[in-house]
Design a protein around this ligand. Sequence first.
Ligand SMILES: [Zn+2]
Length: 267
Amino acid sequence: MECRDVLGRLSPFLDDELDPVASREISRHLESCSSCAAALERQRKLGESLRRDLEYHRAPDLLRARVMRDVGAAVHRESTHPRRTTWPWRWASAAAAVIMVVGGTWWITTIPLERADAVVAREAVSGHVRSLMADHLTDVTSTDQHTVKPWFAGKLDFSPPVTDFADAGYPLVGGRLDYLQGHSVAALVYLHRKHTINVFVWPATNAHTAVTPARTQQGFHVIHAAGGGMTFWLVSDLNAEELAAFARMVSAPSATPPSPGPAPSLP
Ligand SMILES: [Zn+2]
């Protein structure tokens, strides 16, 4: 492989996007070519400093809405009038739109949904850790859903579903306000066998109902669920199976506590 080929592929090489064979060829070249190795190092440092020093601004809601609308319109246009020169799947895969301001200019880029989810998961875990470390688990401490739910009134512009699942082994501990994705959200706190579960809740942007498999982040399990017009992010050190079972309970459209099983029959 020649220097020219290597230099042209440094970026995908750094991002681990090359196939193993190409990646190995470049690695081998870099071992023996100090000028390409230096170029790689420069590119790596640039990437690092961009990630570290670039200012990120959350786009105004109106602009975000416009971008999402335009992306949606483009997907629709491409699916109804496909053109040979464009790739509808590129739009379709652009599940999340991110708007960056760099030096006063609006840049619009798209990131895959996977990565957008990873960002929320990271924020949710930070919120969970914060709540445990700062001894600020709850603003309102009550096992009574009729105390916790009204507490949020006037503090949020939506009413989170609050249900005590004590009968199923997941008693409600209380709730607090938290801040995720640039918005105030409801954080409901539950316990299961001494494991604390934070459930972050805010209105969903669509009527989707789903429970994603648990991912592990900083040693915690994180599950994203949706249902009943709400988005739920659950974080806990509880095992993945039980957390998933609980995620299905809280995101069930009419999250009513499961009725206790039949009374044991006496002999
Ligand atoms: Zn070289």
